[in-house]
Write a protein that binds this ligand. Structure first.
Ligand code: NAI
Length: 432
């Protein structure tokens, strides 16, 4: 039985961001002299203390949910839930005791777990998934990460900042392959600066124990030996044994639960929300799904609205995007592009973080804002101006017309919007 808070709180968003914050802090301290601070001895990090800090934050937030449940009158049963009829859930606790709950409406929010693929027999010792990473007592000297998706890239950056030798193997063309390819290319340059070795368009065919730890055979014939392997090749949906077949709930082809835009499954009083729906695997879209489902369970007519959902990736530097990629936009319409590099921004220099850029994509004819792609410091915070603009159907002109504070990293969004019209005064004039 899991603690309250699910993957996000216990083995996902919060613990990973706590550890990433420690790694970023360590990296900053190493660069102290660049800020005019002299260190009398090199900084040393303490992984055990970093993990303890992470556990403290998680513990506090998990406790917070318990308190919120109490204050909002939510009754919590700790056990394995199984839908026994379309209006009934059976809860089996750790001692095997069964409790039957009657329900007018049921919401399934069972989430997802790391996907296991047969060539990578995860054992929690040498071959790990992201859950195991949080529990490592010591960091390895070297690690191979299979998959340069979100989890693979976040761990690659964090571990390399903590001096682990990192190799990443990705099947597709770029790291972060679902993002705009321009972002992927820029991000790969940053991985290089972090001394991460990346093999793209390559798959790992097998992993086997070796004197070093693990030997991985790649599709290009080479063999990589590292102390440990992290398998980060996507997620599987938690749909087993929860009574879906018994009550006849339909699944999508990929095994996730099929719902409509009201979050209803094919059984009208049974809803599904979050990762288990398989549409977008993000804690914050799951929250939106939940609000839609509850509204409808109470007789409303709410529909999901994913327009302008940002993607926020806590790599180093951060990546955050919203809307269409350049390739997706170009397929739909004629586009115009504006760009602004962070090295042209005063605030980026004051923070000593000049890597990265903002790219704004608009419809050439109507000026409608189609996409914004950011790589750079605070990207995950500043993206929300652009997300609101896309959500509200604004133009690139409108995005750039806001008076932004100064000096802030968000100005880079304004400058990239201005650049799309050839109006960025902080970029050298382009020759016609
Ligand atoms: P992912 O789908 O993002 O990436 C998996 C990667 O593994 C893909 O790029 C795929 O091409 C590659 N791959 C698959 N098989 C391979 C093989 N045999 N050899 C080499 N590469 C292979 O999945 P990931 O990273 O496991 O993340 C799972 C979910 O968690 C994602 O949907 C993500 O959105 C979510 N997540 C979100 C975060 C955030 O919002 N900051 C943080 C962490 C996870």
């Amino acid at each position: 039985m899991d603690k309250l808070g699910g993957v996000c709180l216990n083995r996902g968003c919060i613990p990973s961001k706590a550890l990433i914050a420690s790694a970023v802090q360590y990296d900053k301290i190493k660069k102290a002299e660049e800020f005019g601070i002299r260190l009398t001895s090199p900084p040393v990090y303490d992984w055990t203390a970093m993990r303890a800090r992470k556990d403290k934050i998680v513990g506090m937030l998990v406790g917070g949910i318990g308190q919120l449940f109490k204050s909002h009158g939510v009754t919590h049963y700790n056990g394995f839930g199984k839908i026994s009829r379309t209006d009934e859930v059976m809860v089996i606790d750790e001692d095997g005791k069964e409790t039957t709950l009657k329900a007018k409406n049921i919401i399934i929010a069972t989430g997802s777990r790391s996907r296991n693929l047969p060539p990578f027999p995860v054992d929690g010792k040498r071959i790990l998934n992201s859950d195991h990473m949080f529990e490592l007592e010591n960091l390895p000297k070297s690690i191979l990460i299979i998959g340069a998706g979100v989890i693979g890239c976040e761990w690659a950056c964090m571990l390399s900042m903590l001096n682990v030798e990192v190799t990443v193997v990705e099947l597709l063309e770029h790291a972060l392959p679902l993002e705009d390819s321009g972002v992927g290319k820029l991000f790969e340059r940053e991985l290089k600066k972090l001394k991460v070795t990346l093999h793209t368009k390559t798959s790992v065919e097998s992993v086997q124990p070796s004197p070093e730890g693990v030997a991985a055979k790649l599709s290009n014939g080479s063999v990589i030996e590292t102390n440990q392997v992290l398998v980060a090749v996507g997620r599987a949906f938690n749909t087993e044994d929860i009574g879906l077949e018994e009550v006849g709930i339909k699944l999508n082809k990929n095994g996730s639960i099929k719902t409509n835009a009201e979050m209803r499954t094919n059984i009208p009083n049974i809803f599904a929300i979050g990762d288990v729906r398989g549409e977008i695997l993000l804690a914050y879209t799951a929250v939106h799904d939940g609000a839609v489902a509850v509204d409808n369970a109470l007789g409303g007519k709410a529909k999901k609205n994913y327009l302008g959902v940002p993607s926020v990736i806590f790599t180093h530097p951060e990546v955050a995007t919203v809307g269409l990629t350049e390739a997706e936009a170009a397929e739909k319409t004629e586009i115009a592009i504006g760009k602004f590099p962070l090295r042209a921004l005063g605030k980026a220099h004051t923070e000593n973080e000049i890597a990265g850029e903002v790219k704004v994509i608009g419809d050439k004819k109507t000026d409608k804002l189609l996409g914004v792609h950011i790589i750079g410091v605070h990207a995950t915070e500043i993206i929300h101006t652009a997300a609101l603009a896309i959500n509200r159907g604004m133009t690139v002109k409108q995005l750039g017309s806001l008076i932004y504070g100064h000096p802030v990293i968000s100005e880079s969004i304004m400058e990239a919007a201005h650049d799309l019209h050839g109006e960025s005064v902080h970029l050298a004039k382009k020759r016609k």
